[in-house]
Ligand binder design. Structure first.
Ligand code: SF4
Length: 498
């Protein structure tokens, strides 16, 4: 995924951007980066590998070495950034969060006009460099950002630091959030993906950017450069998993929505014979508290996370190493397990491998029953809009793997997968049963999409649900979201009649 943070202030703001960026560390595991515009106008940039260490320990030298009234920072799950770009539009620093599905096609087009790109290790292209290249093809930055957003398939929110100001743009369909804040004390203006980065830096939240909106931040001022569009498809996973508990997205608090979601899962569930409700740390915990509150069954910690040396989601490249890290982070509390009938909540079931191992270890320590409730519906399709590292291909996912087993052949037809998404049907029940057996659980249930949407509290057409139901209204093929389709058609008519 990734996240960014930026400030324009009346005095040195390197410290604020250092901490504000660090508050996005849960969103990415590969690279950290910062850039500052010094008093003399020069841009400085630093990028570090944060795979094995915290952002703060790698960047603490900037606190004494750098000075400037305008700075940006990024936590990146893929490419090196910020990039410093010298172009006809000026010299600027840029950070992006998103995913470019068609990056190879865009590169091929660019090569024809003589544009070239510096490849990253492994032969991959740097998506932030691609966005900068698209922006530079137009005669001003606003048209350039618009052109970049129209050209890519996927998503992109970005910050550009130029001439002591920050230009912030939210993805065309709002997949990722971008929020603004102000420090009343001195007129500093901040921009962040997580609103939880603001309060400890004395910033007061102002508002969210709308989908596709572009603004310019300067001291004491936010100037709108492009109005937002009306189609919002913010990723539902911000409330389920990505978002920090203290953050609000579209004005809706993450922690509170997880409580509501847990309550929704408990509603109508059979918990009479359960001894305790447990959450898989960290993101399963709030869903479990909601379930416990609604069911009246005690919340207890049968597994605790070893936070002193695993404070963040260290994600090694190999699956075997990832499994080992997942295991080492969680320590069983035997006294809370032996002879107990435990009901766990986790944010989602992606591959399922982690919980299979957890269930085995719980039984080994004397659990009488291990039930699992997923706080989100089965994940049927890999995300094509965000660099969501937990699901790279369809068969990485537990649910399509179960469908493949039931069908007896590889499942590459989305329409076939869609037959399994409606809860309560024979196909859906058979798929869940395959996963339950595979994970070695007493019972397994998933949250329904309707209840998840109700727990978030936004209208359905304003939330992306693609990975659960294959619904992508922005592609123009959306049998499940007629309302949004109509709205898009009206917008296209409006554009054409201008
Ligand atoms: S497909 Fe899933 S993970 Fe990707 S943006 Fe949509 S809701 Fe989020």
């Amino acid at each position: 995924m990734g996240g960014f943070f930026g400030v324009v202030a009346a005095s040195d703001c390197v410290t604020e951007v250092f901490y504000g960026t660090d508050y996005h560390s849960h969103l990415g595991t590969l690279r950290g980066g910062m850039a500052v515009q010094s008093e003399d106008g020069t841009l400085k940039r630093r990028i570090h590998d944060i795979t094995n260490s915290q952002f703060k320990t790698k960047f603490d030298s900037v606190l004494t070495e750098w000075h400037g009234k305008c700075a940006i920072g990024v936590i990146s799950d893929f490419e090196d950034q910020p990039l410093l770009v010298s172009s006809r539009l000026g010299t600027y620093a840029i950070v992006t969060v998103g995913k470019i599905e068609n990056i190879r096609e865009l590169a091929e087009e660019s090569y024809k006009t003589g544009i070239f790109f510096s490849e990253m290790s492994g032969g991959e292209l740097n998506p932030t460099e691609m966005i900068a290249s698209l922006i530079n093809q137009k005669s001003d930055i606003i048209d350039g950002i618009q052109y970049a957003m129209d050209s890519i398939k996927g998503s992109c929110s970005l910050l550009i630091m130029i001439d002591g100001k920050i230009i912030a743009a939210r993805d065309k369909f709002g997949r990722t959030p971008v929020s603004l804040a102000k420090r009343n004390l001195d007129g500093a203006v901040g921009v962040s993906m997580e609103t939880s980065a603001f309060p400890n830096l004395d910033f007061t939240y102002l508002r969210d950017l709308g989908p596709g909106e572009i603004v310019q931040l300067s001291l004491n001022a936010v100037k709108q450069l492009k109005k937002p569009g009306t189609i919002n498809q913010i990723c539902s996973f911000f409330w389920v998993y990505f978002g920090y508990p203290s953050s609000n997205f579209e004005g809706i608090n993450t922690e509170s929505s997880r409580y509501r979601n847990g309550e929704g899962i408990a509603e109508g569930d059979d918990y009479e014979n359960i001894d305790s409700i447990c959450g898989i740390p960290d993101s399963g915990v709030a869903h479990a508290i909601g379930y416990s509150n609604a069911s009246g069954k005690p919340y207890q910690r049968a597994l605790v996370k070893y936070t002193p040396t695993w404070p963040r989601s260290f994600t090694p490249q190999s699956q075997t190493a990832r499994n080992l890290v997942a295991k080492m982070k969680l320590i069983p509390v035997e006294e809370q397990i032996r002879d107990k009938r435990l009901l766990f909540l986790d944010d989602s079931i992606v591959r399922g491998t982690q919980f299979k191992d957890i269930a085995r270890r719980l039984y080994e320590r004397g659990a009488k029953a291990v039930h699992l409730r997923s706080a989100s519906p089965p994940i049927m399709f890999p995300c094509k809009f965000l660099n969501f590292s937990r699901s790279r291909s369809t068969l990485d996912l537990a649910a399509p793997r179960a469908v493949e087993l039931l069908e007896g052949h590889p499942v590459d037809d989305p329409e076939l997968l869609k037959k399994y998404i409606t809860e309560g049907t024979e196909q859906y029940n058979a798929m869940v049963e395959v996963i339950r057996k595979e994970l070695g659980l007493t019972t397994l249930k998933y949250q329904t999409l309707d209840k998840l949407i109700a727990a978030i509290g936004l209208p359905r057409e304003k939330i992306c649900t693609y990975c659960y139901d294959g619904c992508d209204p922005t592609s123009g093929e959306c049998p499940m979201c007629e309302k949004l389709k109509e709205k898009m058609e009206k917008e296209t008519d409006k554009k054409q009649s201008k």
